[in-house]
Design a protein around this ligand. Structure first.
Ligand code: Q0N
Length: 298
Protein backbone atom coordinates (compact mmCIF):
# COMPACT_ATOMS: atom_id res chain seq x y z
CA UNK A 1 0.00 0.00 0.00
CA UNK A 2 1.31 3.44 -0.92
CA UNK A 3 0.30 6.28 1.34
CA UNK A 4 0.10 9.88 0.21
CA UNK A 5 1.40 12.59 2.48
CA UNK A 6 -1.04 15.25 3.59
CA UNK A 7 -0.24 18.60 1.94
CA UNK A 8 0.58 20.96 4.82
CA UNK A 9 1.82 23.72 2.50
CA UNK A 10 5.35 23.41 3.92
CA UNK A 11 8.16 25.38 2.26
CA UNK A 12 10.13 23.44 -0.40
CA UNK A 13 13.18 23.31 1.90
CA UNK A 14 11.32 20.50 3.72
CA UNK A 15 11.89 17.45 1.58
CA UNK A 16 9.38 14.63 1.99
CA UNK A 17 11.10 11.35 2.88
CA UNK A 18 8.42 8.97 4.14
CA UNK A 19 4.74 8.61 4.90
CA UNK A 20 3.18 5.89 7.03
CA UNK A 21 -0.55 5.39 7.55
CA UNK A 22 -0.78 8.37 9.87
CA UNK A 23 2.57 10.22 9.92
CA UNK A 24 4.63 12.21 7.46
CA UNK A 25 8.39 12.64 7.71
CA UNK A 26 10.44 15.42 6.10
CA UNK A 27 14.10 16.25 6.18
CA UNK A 28 15.54 19.70 6.65
CA UNK A 29 18.50 21.19 4.79
CA UNK A 30 20.65 20.97 7.94
CA UNK A 31 20.07 17.22 8.41
CA UNK A 32 17.30 17.16 10.99
CA UNK A 33 13.91 15.48 10.52
CA UNK A 34 10.50 17.11 10.73
CA UNK A 35 8.13 14.51 12.14
CA UNK A 36 4.48 15.39 11.42
CA UNK A 37 1.43 13.66 12.91
CA UNK A 38 -1.47 13.87 10.46
CA UNK A 39 -5.19 13.80 11.28
CA UNK A 40 -5.53 10.55 9.32
CA UNK A 41 -7.00 7.52 11.08
CA UNK A 42 -6.66 3.85 10.23
CA UNK A 43 -8.95 0.93 10.96
CA UNK A 44 -8.98 -2.66 9.73
CA UNK A 45 -5.68 -1.97 7.94
CA UNK A 46 -7.14 0.89 5.89
CA UNK A 47 -6.47 4.59 6.10
CA UNK A 48 -10.03 5.93 6.23
CA UNK A 49 -11.24 8.63 3.81
CA UNK A 50 -12.24 10.79 6.81
CA UNK A 51 -9.88 12.67 9.08
CA UNK A 52 -10.29 13.30 12.82
CA UNK A 53 -9.78 17.05 13.34
CA UNK A 54 -6.95 17.78 15.80
CA UNK A 55 -5.86 14.14 16.11
CA UNK A 56 -2.30 15.01 15.02
CA UNK A 57 -2.05 17.80 17.62
CA UNK A 58 -3.51 15.63 20.38
CA UNK A 59 -1.16 12.70 19.70
CA UNK A 60 1.85 15.00 19.35
CA UNK A 61 1.09 16.57 22.74
CA UNK A 62 0.64 13.12 24.27
CA UNK A 63 3.89 11.78 22.81
CA UNK A 64 5.83 14.83 24.02
CA UNK A 65 4.35 14.37 27.48
CA UNK A 66 5.48 10.72 27.52
CA UNK A 67 8.97 11.60 26.29
CA UNK A 68 9.21 13.92 29.33
CA UNK A 69 7.92 11.21 31.68
CA UNK A 70 10.55 8.77 30.37
CA UNK A 71 13.41 11.27 30.30
CA UNK A 72 15.28 9.52 33.12
CA UNK A 73 14.93 6.11 31.47
CA UNK A 74 15.90 6.61 27.84
CA UNK A 75 17.04 9.57 25.73
CA UNK A 76 14.71 10.55 22.85
CA UNK A 77 15.05 12.03 19.36
CA UNK A 78 13.09 15.23 19.97
CA UNK A 79 15.05 18.42 19.36
CA UNK A 80 12.27 21.02 19.46
CA UNK A 81 8.54 21.49 19.09
CA UNK A 82 9.14 25.00 17.73
CA UNK A 83 8.13 24.14 14.15
CA UNK A 84 6.83 25.97 11.04
CA UNK A 85 3.39 27.60 11.46
CA UNK A 86 1.85 25.24 8.87
CA UNK A 87 2.38 22.26 11.21
CA UNK A 88 2.29 24.02 14.57
CA UNK A 89 1.35 21.69 17.42
CA UNK A 90 1.42 18.60 15.28
CA UNK A 91 5.12 18.27 14.52
CA UNK A 92 8.56 18.09 16.09
CA UNK A 93 12.09 18.55 14.84
CA UNK A 94 13.97 15.33 15.52
CA UNK A 95 17.53 14.06 15.50
CA UNK A 96 18.28 11.74 12.60
CA UNK A 97 19.29 8.32 13.93
CA UNK A 98 20.51 5.07 12.47
CA UNK A 99 17.28 3.12 13.02
CA UNK A 100 17.23 -0.47 14.23
CA UNK A 101 15.18 -2.65 11.83
CA UNK A 102 13.09 -3.93 14.74
CA UNK A 103 9.69 -2.94 16.08
CA UNK A 104 10.22 -3.19 19.83
CA UNK A 105 6.90 -4.35 21.27
CA UNK A 106 6.23 -4.78 24.99
CA UNK A 107 3.12 -6.59 26.18
CA UNK A 108 1.64 -6.74 29.67
CA UNK A 109 -1.74 -8.07 28.54
CA UNK A 110 -2.86 -10.62 25.97
CA UNK A 111 -4.44 -9.19 22.80
CA UNK A 112 -4.09 -8.90 19.05
CA UNK A 113 -1.36 -10.95 17.36
CA UNK A 114 -0.15 -11.98 20.84
CA UNK A 115 -3.48 -13.70 21.51
CA UNK A 116 -3.38 -15.46 18.13
CA UNK A 117 0.18 -16.71 18.69
CA UNK A 118 -0.65 -17.78 22.27
CA UNK A 119 -3.67 -19.79 21.13
CA UNK A 120 -1.54 -21.53 18.49
CA UNK A 121 1.61 -22.22 20.56
CA UNK A 122 1.14 -21.05 24.20
CA UNK A 123 4.03 -18.70 23.40
CA UNK A 124 4.67 -15.33 21.72
CA UNK A 125 7.90 -14.65 19.83
CA UNK A 126 9.50 -17.66 21.52
CA UNK A 127 8.48 -16.56 25.02
CA UNK A 128 6.58 -19.35 26.79
CA UNK A 129 3.45 -18.44 28.79
CA UNK A 130 1.32 -20.27 31.39
CA UNK A 131 -1.85 -22.10 30.31
CA UNK A 132 -5.33 -20.70 30.85
CA UNK A 133 -4.80 -17.10 29.74
CA UNK A 134 -7.75 -15.41 28.03
CA UNK A 135 -8.26 -12.49 25.66
CA UNK A 136 -7.30 -9.44 27.73
CA UNK A 137 -5.56 -11.33 30.57
CA UNK A 138 -2.73 -9.64 32.47
CA UNK A 139 0.52 -11.51 31.76
CA UNK A 140 2.63 -12.76 34.71
CA UNK A 141 5.26 -10.23 33.66
CA UNK A 142 5.95 -7.92 30.74
CA UNK A 143 7.30 -9.67 27.66
CA UNK A 144 9.34 -8.36 24.72
CA UNK A 145 7.74 -9.48 21.46
CA UNK A 146 9.74 -7.93 18.61
CA UNK A 147 8.47 -7.66 15.05
CA UNK A 148 9.88 -6.69 11.69
CA UNK A 149 8.33 -5.28 8.55
CA UNK A 150 7.30 -8.28 6.48
CA UNK A 151 9.07 -8.75 3.15
CA UNK A 152 5.70 -8.70 1.40
CA UNK A 153 2.79 -6.44 2.32
CA UNK A 154 2.81 -3.87 5.09
CA UNK A 155 2.11 -6.14 8.04
CA UNK A 156 4.57 -6.53 10.88
CA UNK A 157 5.75 -10.09 11.41
CA UNK A 158 6.53 -11.32 14.93
CA UNK A 159 10.07 -12.63 15.31
CA UNK A 160 11.97 -14.42 18.09
CA UNK A 161 14.62 -12.80 20.25
CA UNK A 162 17.18 -15.10 18.58
CA UNK A 163 16.23 -13.65 15.21
CA UNK A 164 16.75 -10.11 16.57
CA UNK A 165 20.18 -11.14 17.88
CA UNK A 166 21.10 -12.59 14.49
CA UNK A 167 19.99 -9.38 12.83
CA UNK A 168 21.61 -6.72 15.08
CA UNK A 169 23.86 -8.62 17.53
CA UNK A 170 23.45 -9.91 21.08
CA UNK A 171 24.54 -6.77 22.92
CA UNK A 172 22.16 -4.43 21.07
CA UNK A 173 19.31 -6.95 21.15
CA UNK A 174 19.59 -7.36 24.93
CA UNK A 175 19.74 -3.61 25.43
CA UNK A 176 16.66 -3.02 23.26
CA UNK A 177 14.75 -5.66 25.24
CA UNK A 178 15.80 -4.23 28.59
CA UNK A 179 14.97 -0.62 27.65
CA UNK A 180 11.66 -1.59 26.00
CA UNK A 181 10.45 -3.47 29.09
CA UNK A 182 11.64 -0.80 31.52
CA UNK A 183 10.03 2.07 29.58
CA UNK A 184 6.76 0.18 29.13
CA UNK A 185 6.56 -0.89 32.81
CA UNK A 186 7.07 2.71 33.90
CA UNK A 187 4.39 3.91 31.49
CA UNK A 188 1.91 1.22 32.62
CA UNK A 189 2.25 2.36 36.24
CA UNK A 190 1.66 6.00 35.25
CA UNK A 191 -1.36 5.21 33.05
CA UNK A 192 -2.89 2.82 35.61
CA UNK A 193 -3.12 5.64 38.17
CA UNK A 194 -5.20 7.59 35.64
CA UNK A 195 -7.59 4.74 34.86
CA UNK A 196 -6.04 3.69 31.55
CA UNK A 197 -4.67 0.23 30.85
CA UNK A 198 -1.74 0.30 28.44
CA UNK A 199 -2.09 -3.26 27.19
CA UNK A 200 0.91 -3.15 24.88
CA UNK A 201 3.05 -0.71 22.96
CA UNK A 202 5.50 -0.45 20.10
CA UNK A 203 8.74 1.52 20.30
CA UNK A 204 11.25 2.28 17.58
CA UNK A 205 14.85 2.98 18.53
CA UNK A 206 17.91 4.19 16.72
CA UNK A 207 21.56 4.81 17.44
CA UNK A 208 22.75 8.38 17.85
CA UNK A 209 25.06 9.35 14.98
CA UNK A 210 26.72 12.49 16.37
CA UNK A 211 26.72 14.85 19.32
CA UNK A 212 25.67 13.91 22.85
CA UNK A 213 23.82 10.76 21.71
CA UNK A 214 26.57 9.37 19.47
CA UNK A 215 26.59 5.57 19.90
CA UNK A 216 23.67 5.64 22.36
CA UNK A 217 20.29 3.96 21.98
CA UNK A 218 17.71 6.71 21.45
CA UNK A 219 13.89 6.44 21.50
CA UNK A 220 12.34 7.63 18.22
CA UNK A 221 8.98 7.85 16.44
CA UNK A 222 5.85 8.78 18.40
CA UNK A 223 5.44 7.04 21.73
CA UNK A 224 2.66 5.64 23.89
CA UNK A 225 -0.21 7.10 21.90
CA UNK A 226 -3.34 5.15 20.98
CA UNK A 227 -1.81 4.71 17.49
CA UNK A 228 1.26 2.87 18.83
CA UNK A 229 -0.38 1.18 21.82
CA UNK A 230 -3.59 -0.46 22.99
CA UNK A 231 -5.38 1.88 25.42
CA UNK A 232 -8.21 0.26 27.36
CA UNK A 233 -10.51 2.04 29.83
CA UNK A 234 -9.62 0.35 33.15
CA UNK A 235 -13.21 0.40 34.41
CA UNK A 236 -14.40 -1.83 31.55
CA UNK A 237 -11.51 -4.33 31.65
CA UNK A 238 -12.88 -7.84 31.68
CA UNK A 239 -10.66 -10.69 30.49
CA UNK A 240 -12.39 -13.33 28.37
CA UNK A 241 -13.65 -11.04 25.63
CA UNK A 242 -12.10 -8.47 23.34
CA UNK A 243 -11.63 -5.20 25.21
CA UNK A 244 -13.22 -1.99 23.90
CA UNK A 245 -10.61 0.35 22.45
CA UNK A 246 -10.31 3.72 24.15
CA UNK A 247 -10.05 5.64 20.89
CA UNK A 248 -11.36 3.64 17.92
CA UNK A 249 -14.34 1.73 19.26
CA UNK A 250 -16.97 4.06 17.74
CA UNK A 251 -15.19 3.79 14.38
CA UNK A 252 -14.94 -0.01 14.46
CA UNK A 253 -18.51 -0.44 15.67
CA UNK A 254 -19.89 1.82 12.95
CA UNK A 255 -17.74 0.34 10.16
CA UNK A 256 -18.85 -3.20 11.05
CA UNK A 257 -22.53 -2.23 11.53
CA UNK A 258 -25.08 -2.53 8.73
CA UNK A 259 -25.33 1.29 8.75
CA UNK A 260 -21.96 1.58 7.01
CA UNK A 261 -22.84 -0.79 4.17
CA UNK A 262 -19.19 -1.91 4.23
CA UNK A 263 -17.79 -5.42 4.56
CA UNK A 264 -14.30 -5.45 6.07
CA UNK A 265 -13.55 -8.68 4.20
CA UNK A 266 -14.64 -7.35 0.80
CA UNK A 267 -11.29 -5.84 -0.20
CA UNK A 268 -13.18 -2.58 -0.92
CA UNK A 269 -12.05 0.70 0.61
CA UNK A 270 -14.12 1.78 3.65
CA UNK A 271 -16.62 4.66 3.38
CA UNK A 272 -16.44 8.12 4.99
CA UNK A 273 -17.44 8.28 8.64
CA UNK A 274 -20.65 10.09 9.67
CA UNK A 275 -20.04 13.44 11.38
CA UNK A 276 -21.30 12.03 14.69
CA UNK A 277 -18.68 9.25 14.67
CA UNK A 278 -15.93 11.74 13.78
CA UNK A 279 -16.94 14.02 16.67
CA UNK A 280 -17.26 11.22 19.22
CA UNK A 281 -13.86 9.84 18.20
CA UNK A 282 -12.20 13.26 18.43
CA UNK A 283 -13.69 13.62 21.93
CA UNK A 284 -12.22 10.24 22.92
CA UNK A 285 -8.69 11.26 21.88
CA UNK A 286 -9.04 14.48 23.88
CA UNK A 287 -10.43 12.55 26.85
CA UNK A 288 -7.48 10.13 26.77
CA UNK A 289 -5.01 13.03 26.64
CA UNK A 290 -6.67 14.94 29.49
CA UNK A 291 -7.17 11.87 31.68
CA UNK A 292 -3.58 10.78 31.25
CA UNK A 293 -1.82 14.11 31.63
CA UNK A 294 -4.25 15.98 33.87
CA UNK A 295 -3.90 18.90 31.42
CA UNK A 296 -6.59 20.57 29.30
CA UNK A 297 -6.20 20.10 25.55
CA UNK A 298 -6.12 23.45 23.75
C1 Q0N B 1 12.56 7.16 10.81
N1 Q0N B 1 10.61 6.28 10.46
C2 Q0N B 1 9.27 5.87 10.73
C3 Q0N B 1 10.79 1.73 10.47
C4 Q0N B 1 10.51 3.11 10.01
N2 Q0N B 1 14.76 9.85 14.32
C5 Q0N B 1 14.76 9.14 13.15
N3 Q0N B 1 15.90 9.04 12.45
C6 Q0N B 1 15.93 8.35 11.31
N4 Q0N B 1 14.86 7.76 10.79
C7 Q0N B 1 13.68 7.83 11.42
C8 Q0N B 1 13.59 8.53 12.65
C9 Q0N B 1 12.35 8.62 13.38
N5 Q0N B 1 11.38 8.69 13.95
C10 Q0N B 1 11.38 6.83 11.37
N6 Q0N B 1 11.24 6.23 9.30
C11 Q0N B 1 12.46 6.76 9.50
C12 Q0N B 1 8.93 4.76 9.94
N7 Q0N B 1 9.25 3.57 10.57
C13 Q0N B 1 8.12 2.72 10.37
C14 Q0N B 1 8.46 1.34 10.76
O1 Q0N B 1 9.68 0.91 10.17
Amino acid sequence: MTIEATDYGLAPEYKHVYSGKVRDLYETEDGRLLFVASDRISAYDWVLPSVIPDKGRILTAMSLWWFDQLEGIVPNHVISSNVPAEVKGRATFCERLEMFPVECVARGYLAGSGLNDYQASQSICGVGLPPGLKDGSRLPKTIFTPATKAAVGDHDENVTFDEVMTSIGMEEAQQLRRITIRAYDNAVAIAQKRGIILADTKFEFGLGIRGEHKGQIVLADEVLTPDSSRFWPAEHWQPGQSQPSYDKQFVRDWLTSSASGWDKNSGEAPPELPQEIVEKTRARYIEAYEKLTGETFN
